[in-house]
Design a protein around this ligand. Structure first.
Ligand code: NAI
Length: 461
């Protein structure tokens, strides 16, 4: 039996970051994690491995499409085994890095799966650990689709899609959300025939509609086929081949699609199995999310929850920020997360990034706004790098010029968005960005030009 100030359950981005902050603030801290390595879904079977495969497959795409134009000769093939081992190496470096940080910050890693027998107690195996505060950071798992049985071989979630034994000839993706499109583009670049079946009439629902339309067009050019407005009914597997049956929502007509592999990417749900929340009386929402107040406190005193297990976007950086905030609150400080300024990124090529309101949301709210837009075609650096597809769009309050949102599709969008996040944190106007010197030639100039477009107009358009 040992006594901690705080025990985090789960070593994903929420739990491990929260634990490091708690330890930095002088709290005696432990993290329970049952996986063989730290880092949770994100590092082991999510964000990081998918980025390695996106990087490698993008390099291949460059060799096939742009090398000859630049006077580079030679061809490149795919050694899939080596690509997977590169991906595993990237995972290992990152999970090992967290282990190092735990040692450095004197955080105990309690190995195993936790249950909470009572407030103040965390049981792992036969040992009960005492903690003044418990933070549940248990994350999420893929949500399953009725009529579809995942075997992680032929019918896979994102986890199985990261360890396929070969590049499939054909891949059917169910769900045109973030996972479906990131992994769909990986396999399309590696040569698979990729068909994405989406229930709604748009891809990436919730995203700025203009960006989503451009995105669909560009992915189409990269070889992805879309079947929109189609509800998947079932998947049958016979002799290693899958048949997806779907119904077109408008006509109710049923159709089928055969594929070597089916990726089910229809969303994720909180993972709270085995924690004993029922017996404790921890309140859950109808969607299975742990209900928390503004201080991440659950309905049971001394038990907190953060990340994918609670409400809000299922994003690693949202969980990280909540981890830091809860640690700061437990240490007597003022932790805070600004939910109005959480960027979202899709790491395809081109990348997509957004923050704040979409035009559709502003219209629905009846807000008077202006749009400043700039195409990467007008950006010299983007043109030099064959990256002229896409644009930056800044939405600003019509009267005050204050930035309300931004939507980027284009090169390095996921990095460019942070200039706008920072501007929004400081309550900046579009003119503040427009008056800031941006180095030439950089992609960032497109952000400045979009800010200029909110005022007297951009220079290079
Ligand atoms: P998602 O919620 O992004 O997209 C799921 C899609 O599946 C939706 O478009 C939905 O309309 C569609 N769908 C649902 N049922 C269907 C059916 N029966 N037939 C056809 N289509 C159907 O979920 P996704 O992509 O699985 O991602 C899960 C979570 O992981 C998300 O919250 C996402 O934010 C997060 N994530 C974030 C990443 C990033 O930030 N780059 C990367 C990967 C995941």
């Amino acid at each position: 039996m040992s006594t901690y100030d705080v025990i985090f359950i789960g070593a994903g981005p929420g739990g491990y970051v929260g634990a490091i902050r708690a330890a930095q603030l002088g709290l005696k801290t432990a993290v329970v994690e049952g996986r063989a390595t730290l880092g949770g879904t994100c590092l082991n079977v999510g964000c990081i491995p998918s980025k390695a495969l996106l990087h490698a497959s993008h390099m291949l795409h460059e060799t096939q499409h742009n090398f000859a134009k630049m006077g580079l000769t030679g061809t490149t093939g795919v050694d899939w085994k080596q690509m997977l081992s590169y991906k595993d190496d990237v995972i290992g470096q990152n999970t090992g890095g967290i282990e190092f940080l735990f040692k450095k910050n004197k955080i105990d890693w309690i190995k195993g799966w936790a249950t909470i027998p009572a407030p103040g107690q965390v049981k792992v195996g036969d040992t009960v650990h005492e903690a003044e505060n418990i933070v549940i950071a248990s994350g999420s798992e893929p949500s399953h689709l009725p009529g579809v049985t995942v075997d992680e071989k032929t019918v896979v979630t994102s986890t199985g899609a990261l360890t396929l034994d070969r590049v499939p000839d054909s891949l059917a993706v169910i769900g045109a959300g973030v996972i479906g499109l990131e992994l769909g583009s990986v396999y399309a670049r590696l040569g698979s025939k990729v068909t994405v079946i989406e229930y709604l009439d748009v891809i990436t629902p919730g995203m700025d509609a203009e960006v989503a339309r451009t995105f669909q067009r560009l992915l189409g050019k990269q070889g992805l086929t879309f079947v929109l407005g189609a509800a998947v009914q079932s998947v049958a597997v016979k002799d290693g081949t899958a048949t997806v049956t779907y119904k077109l929502r408008k006509t109710e007509a049923e159709a089928t699609l055969d594929a070597d592999i089916v990726l089910v990417a229809t969303g994720r749900k909180p993972y709270t199995t085995g924690l004993g929340l029922d017996a404790l009386g921890v309140a859950l929402s109808p969607r299975g999310q742990i209900v928390t107040d503004a201080h991440y406190a659950t309905s049971v005193k001394g038990i907190y929850a953060i990340g994918d297990a609670i409400a809000g976007p299922m994003l690693a950086h949202k969980a990280e920020d909540e981890g830091m905030a809860v640690a700061e609150m437990l240490a007597g400080q003022q932790g805070h997360v600004n939910y109005d300024v959480i960027p979202g990124v899709i790491y395809t090529h081109p990348e997509l990034a957004n923050v704040g309101k979409t035009e559709e949301q502003l219209k629905a709210e009846g807000r008077a706004y202006k749009v400043g837009k700039f195409s990467f075609m007008g950006n010299a650096r983007a043109k030099a790098n064959f990256a002229g597809d896409g644009f930056v769009k800044i939405l600003a309050d019509k009267a005050t010029d204050r930035i309300l949102g931004a939507h980027i599709i284009g090169p390095a969008a996921g990095d460019l968005i942070h200039e706008i996040c920072l501007a929004m944190e400081f309550g900046a106007a579009a003119e503040d960005i427009a008056r800031t010197t941006h180095a030439h030639p950089t992609y960032s100039e497109a952000v400045r030009e979009a800010a200029l477009a909110c005022g007297d107009g951009p220079i290079h358009a």
